[in-house]
Design a protein around this ligand. Structure first.
Ligand code: C5P
Length: 298
């Protein structure tokens, strides 16, 4: 039986502009998103399908992760079968490392790893373009993970464009510190707060102008790109986030912000960044249950 082991990276939103609400209830956005070297691992073992129908199983090393059909790995498997008619089967083992409710894209990345693995087991039935379309039906943050590189995403997340080589090089390999408090934040709740506060939107023309200015400035630093217009509405309720971010900026001079709709945040680290002191400050503010992980932009 063939077994695949697929790395499912976390992501950070270096630039996130929610530009307005759409007729379908989703939001349009413009975001620069990058995978990092930290993530989950999905091991996939081919199974023989039974009775003409594909059969799947899912296990996870973290008991807090639901392994029923609400898990996006299951939804990815169901979607793959629906579009391909594949009759094989697979057993998934998820080694879960990315915290949930974090804005780090963990569930979305796992789903894309599952899609990618099944397509491999099935002999490449779907093109990359088709995989992107199927990924978009699973979640707005799924298509970006098929690029395996820093991208700009637009629309509700389904329009993904890789950054030009020189622009991606400004991000590639940058050290980042990820940190998350003991609580998570619901993405629909955060978008709901945006909708209830229309002044929180950044008009698309302004978002595109800011992004183009950064991209068109050769050698512009990653620090100059950081921005997230969900931070204010989320921070108004979860004040532990802006409080710690302000402290880290003031004490350590780092560029730091929330990723996606939170609750995880990240700081860009210089080579000589005092990571131990920053980690201590994070635990001091958020308690010992806070998650802290040093990694790099992939
Ligand atoms: O696409 P996904 O299922 O991950 O989105 C979860 C929720 O987040 C949506 O139901 C919606 O409330 C909100 N959302 C949004 N606009 C986006 C992405 C997500 O309003 N572009």
């Amino acid at each position: 039986m063939s077994t695949l082991s697929i790395f499912a990276p976390a992501k950070v939103n270096l630039f996130l502009a929610i530009t307005g609400r759409r007729a379908d209830g989703y939001h349009d956005l413009v975001s620069v998103v990058a995978p990092v070297e930290f993530g989950d691992t999905l091991r996939v073992e081919a199974q023989v399908g039974g009775g003409g129908a594909a059969r799947f199983e899912l296990e996870c090393d973290d008991a807090a992760v639901p392994v029923d059909e609400t898990n996006l790995v299951w939804k990815a498997a169901r979607a793959f079968v629906a579009v391909t008619g594949w009759t094989g089967g697979a057993k998934f083992f998820l080694e879960k490392r990315i915290p949930m409710g974090a804005g780090l894209g963990g569930g979305s990345s796992d789903a894309v790893a599952a899609l990618w693995a099944l397509n491999g087991l099935a002999g490449g039935l779907l093109s990359l373009e088709r995989l992107v379309e199927v990924a978009a039906t699973l979640g707005s943050d799924c298509p970006l993970f098929l690029a395996r590189a820093p991208v700009v995403m637009r629309g509700r997340g389904e329009r993904v464009e890789r950054l030009a080589t020189e622009v991606a090089a400004r991000l590639h390999g940058r050290r980042v510190l990820l940190f998350k408090p003991g609580f998570g934040i619901s993405t629909p709740w955060a978008f709901g707060r945006m909708a209830a506060t229309p002044t929180s939107y950044l008009p698309a023309t302004q978002a595109e102008t800011r992004l183009a200015a950064w991209m068109n400035t050769p050698g512009a630093k990653a620090e100059e790109l950081l921005s997230n217009n969900m931070a204010d509405v989320v921070g108004a309720k979860f004040i532990a986030l802006p409080t710690l971010l302000a402290l880290l900026r003031a004490r350590f001079g780092v560029a730091a912000q929330m990723s996606g709709s939170g609750s995880a945040c990240f700081a860009l680290l210089a080579d000589d960044a005092p990571v131990a002191a920053m980690t201590a400050a994070i635990h001091e503010a958020w308690g010992e249950t806070a998650f802290v992980m040093e990694t790099r932009i992939a």
